[in-house]
Design a protein around this ligand. Structure first.
Ligand SMILES: [Zn+2]
Length: 258
């Protein structure tokens, strides 16, 4: 898959084969430690995007117990963020459907969107997609379970808070079901909402309760080829020796972790 088109909720996605042409002279760069923001014209939004991206990066890195990855996304590996001047220019260059607000390409290390006012891109799409890209790089795209990458991205996007309500959680999936769900073709809006919220709740529980070092160890165990129960047991030997034990811990009060 070369890229994913995104609405602001980040839920809809499909593959695309086109890539933006960002090498015309009109494009300018704002470079930072881990990002190159490409834009046309006034650079004020690009500077804000650059600052926010670095801030999200630091938070996400800490969640992954980051110290071993000090050369992650530096220099030639910096992630490119393309901001097209208009929705039409973005849509045309990326061959994007009218509803798409952005495109994330893990293989290209790239996020593309367009100049828009308000916080939608800065506080929703940008953190969500950065979390996806970082986790993909950290674990390997083919090894990341869907609940983990969507749960992590939702949790980061939500300001490191779970969006789950008690009412929603009363219809929760058993963890064994959640961990094997592929919700991408599901048309039941409530199941999709529950999947995202519950995944974020489990990720938030793991990080807040046991810290970034343990969460990083869990991700590295997945990267190194362990299946999900084995990776959980390796990183959380006391608290997730089995999925049943993890489920009890997660459900023990308070059920919804901040
Ligand atoms: Zn997502």
């Amino acid at each position: 898959m070369n890229g994913r088109f995104l609405i602001l909720t980040g839920i809809l996605a499909f593959s695309a084969s086109h890539s933006p042409a960002a090498n015309t002279p009109a494009w300018q760069k704002v470079s930072s430690t881990h990002f190159i923001v490409m834009h046309i014209g006034d650079d004020s939004l690009a500077k804000t995007v650059s600052e926010r991206a670095e801030s999200y990066y630091s938070t996400i890195a800490a969640d992954l117990g980051y110290t071993r990855y000090q050369n992650f996304w530096l220099w030639d590996n910096r992630v490119k963020i393309l901001i097209y001047p208009t929705a039409e220019a973005f849509s045309e260059a990326c061959d994007a459907p009218a509803w798409a607000a952005g495109r994330a390409s893990p293989q290209r290390h790239e996020i593309a969107s367009y100049h828009q006012s308000g916080e939608g891109f800065l506080s929703t799409l940008l953190p969500h997609e950065l979390a996806h890209l970082i986790l993909s790089d950290f674990i390997g795209e083919s090894r990341v379970p869907l609940w983990l990458t969507e749960g992590f991205s939702e949790w980061v996007q939500g300001g490191r808070k779970s969006p789950a309500s008690g009412r929603l959680m009363s219809r929760r999936f058993p963890l064994k079901t959640l961990f094997n769900l592929d919700i991408r073709r599901d048309t039941d809006r409530e199941r999709v909402t529950l999947f995202y919220a519950q995944s974020a709740s489990v990720v938030g529980f793991l990080i807040k309760t046991y810290g970034g070092d343990a969460f990083g160890a869990f991700c590295r165990a997945l990267r190194d080829g362990k299946d999900l129960p084995a990776a959980l047991a390796a990183a959380y030997p006391q608290d997730a020796p089995s999925l049943d034990v993890l489920e009890q811990k997660w459900l023990s009060p308070p059920m919804i972790n901040p």
